[in-house]
Design a protein around this ligand. Sequence first.
Ligand SMILES: [Zn+2]
Ligand SMILES: [Zn+2]
Length: 346
Amino acid sequence: MKVARFHAPGDIRIEDVAEPVAGAGEVKIRVRNCSTCGTDVKIYKHGHHHIRPPRVMGHEIAGEIVGVGEGVTGWEPGDRVQVIAAIPCGQCEECRRGHMTVCPNQESMGYHYDGGFAQYMVVPAKVLAVGGLNRIPDELGFAEASVAEPLACVLNGQELARVGEGDDVVVMGAGPIGCLHVRLARSRGAGRVFLADLNADRLAMAAALVRPDAAICAGDTDVVDEVLKLTGGRGADVVITAAASGAAQQQALQMAARQGRVSFFGGLPKDDPIIQVDSNLVHYRELTIVGANGSSPAHNARALQLIAEGAVPVSDLITHRLPLAEVLDAIDIVSRGAAIKVTIEP
Ligand SMILES: [Zn+2]
Ligand SMILES: [Zn+2]
């Protein structure tokens, strides 16, 4: 079978390898869609400390079961499934407390295990053990189902930031994650939703699809001033930074309303993670700053449901569908910000 394997930064190869076999507790799937995201670009450029090469990449996975290992119950060939990316251990203190997104033993598809940029893939027993395989409703396509994984992360972020009825929400970053944030905020009853990005072209492309109440080009406007203007000086109830930008995080704090919540959704580069915070802003305005680290199996199940019932439409966000052989083109398109969602159909 064909796979796309990471060997070293800048070195991803399309290779022919033997099909994997489902062992005890595992299932084997025919991958139908594996979508790409900014993380794939990061891995391609810099590698990742959890990836020991060669490793099949790809973590936004949907496919069809073709083999069931010994001892697996409830699944059979022909079942259409979506697979979680982050795998909590299910045993540790955090997992037992229900904090699965911050399990210190977390492993990931495409990092610790071969991922979905492949014709076939084995779903590890650990995924099944934590309920990380979700049945795709009949009416939903594989490509749309593969977006459940990033949407699950977005859902985790908005739960932590308590996005709710009537909130004015600012999303900084108009990539696929930013688009999902806009759509999810709407479905949670947000009041006005504003979308900001430095890249005017990407902002225009995203805004045409998700129709924010205002699109703010941070390249030529002061975003903080603009948000204050749009909210009558009050600021936004929730500000979400869906960009790896310390500057955006600092601006987010300045544009938050009293009792506002700020989600540092996107992480910062490892070698530059320090920002300046006006602590008195947090103190007097009673701000809450929250992080977001992936998603739990339960978030994946709910995200798939939200997509299936139309609460968060995603099909129009999938702008490019490419075969496995063009995975490098896909990564290039994503890195240039020239697409919303690029999905691979192996
Ligand atoms: Zn991703
Ligand atoms: Zn755990």
